[in-house]
Design a protein around this ligand. Structure first.
Ligand code: ATP
Length: 331
């Protein structure tokens, strides 16, 4: 099967190269179609997201993507957000899981954040009011809220999860988050076997830090989902460990939650685990179950042993050495 591979910026090429090598060594039947996006192609194509990238994903339906830098305050719009909007990848799925043997604030953590991926504060509608103010418009629609709620409940059903928690700020944002909450509640009535609760996002932040084991599937509007997933990373050992999938009806793009980490780019010290785990999600999604399980088993073994780790987890292996260790453990 042909899969689009977007190496990305910063540590992107290092971590995607690692995941690619491991997936190739797992025996999965995959051919990679490499296309470039981000700052490096801006000059040549007059856009950080050239048409050939979108065309490749539309054709292959599945992509593995490295992080792409978004300039702060000025410059081009986030390529990540554009990609999600152009391909209507409406569900961002981010599993937060602790691993035996790794340094982590909590053990036995295993919840999935389902983040609405196309609207909310990421609608990208902003304007200045002269020089004295600026406004950003946060859009919440019934269509997107119904769709993401259904996605979260279906995921809970398919993964045998007991509970869906909707998080929001409907006490203050009575109309927009009120609509999101109403849609989630209505959807819950169709899934009698799955418990439903809703929690205001600030309280949710505290509860996740205190007792993350209480959560199964958390469904959230765009910005809350983004913030809570970085928090989730902090609970279980850092950004190097959290994978993600952007899923729509026509395509799916798998990518780590972390950004391009310019501070460690090119140093061969980035932890590729988040991208490898994104690759495992990809393999499961396309039905390459054996290859996915093989890689997962190898990672669990390495983490449990706790000897072969990258510097972010207290080890001293380079990205490349860690990759080779995973490949060695596969066989
Ligand atoms: P963005 O806004 O693009 O999401 P960010 O501000 O969240 O980016 P990241 O680039 O995700 O920042 O990472 C924050 C810091 O976490 C990095 O500067 C780096 O030190 C560390 N980090 C992130 N990913 C990794 C990784 N895979 N391996 C090791 N350290 C990482």
């Amino acid at each position: 099967m042909k899969i689009t591979l977007i190496p990305g910026d910063g540590i992107g090429p290092e971590v995607t190269n690692s995941a690619r090598k491991i997936i190739d060594a797992s025996g999965a039947n995959i051919q990679w179609e490499v296309v470039e996006a981000g700052a490096s192609v801006l000059e040549e194509h007059d856009s950080p997201l050239p048409d050939n990238v979108i065309d490749s994903i539309k054709k292959n339906k599945i992509a593995l993507k490295g992080p792409i830098t978004t300039p702060v305050g000025k410059g081009f719009r986030s390529v990540n957000v554009q990609l999600r909007q152009k391909l209507n990848l409406y569900a961002n799925v981010r599993p937060v899981k602790s691993f035996d043997g790794l340094p982590s604030l909590h053990s036995n953590v295993d919840f999935i954040i389902v983040r609405e991926n196309t609207e909310g504060l990421y609608a990208g509608i902003e304007h200045n009011i002269g020089e004295i103010a600026a406004e950003s418009i946060r859009v919440i629609t019934k269509e997107a809220s119904d769709r993401i709620s259904k996605f979260a409940f279906e995921l809970a059903k398919n993964e045998n999860r007991a509970k869906v928690t909707a998080t929001h700020k409907a006490n203050i944002l009575k109309l927009s988050d009120g609509l999101f909450l109403k849609c989630a509640k209505e959807c819950s009535s169709l899934y009698k076997d799955i418990e439903f609760e809703d929690i205001i996002v600030d309280a949710m932040s505290m509860k996740l830090v205190q007792s993350p084991q209480n959560y199964d599937v958390v469904v959230a509007p765009n910005l809350y989902g983004d913030i809570l997933s970085d928090m989730g990373a902090g609970l279980v050992g850092g950004l190097g460990l959290i994978p993600g999938a952007n899923i729509g009806d026509e395509a799916a793009v798998f990518e780590p939650v972390h950004g391009s980490a310019p501070d460690i780019a090119g140093k061969n010290i980035a932890n590729p685990t988040a991208t490898i785990l994104s690759g495992i999600m990809l393999l499961k999604y396309i039905g390459e179950k054996d290859a996915a399980e093989k890689i997962e088993t190898a990672l669990l073994k390495i983490f449990k042993e706790g000897k072969y780790l990258t510097p972010d987890l207290g080890g001293n292996l380079s990205t490349e050495e860690f990759t080779n260790e995973v490949i060695r453990t596969l066989n």
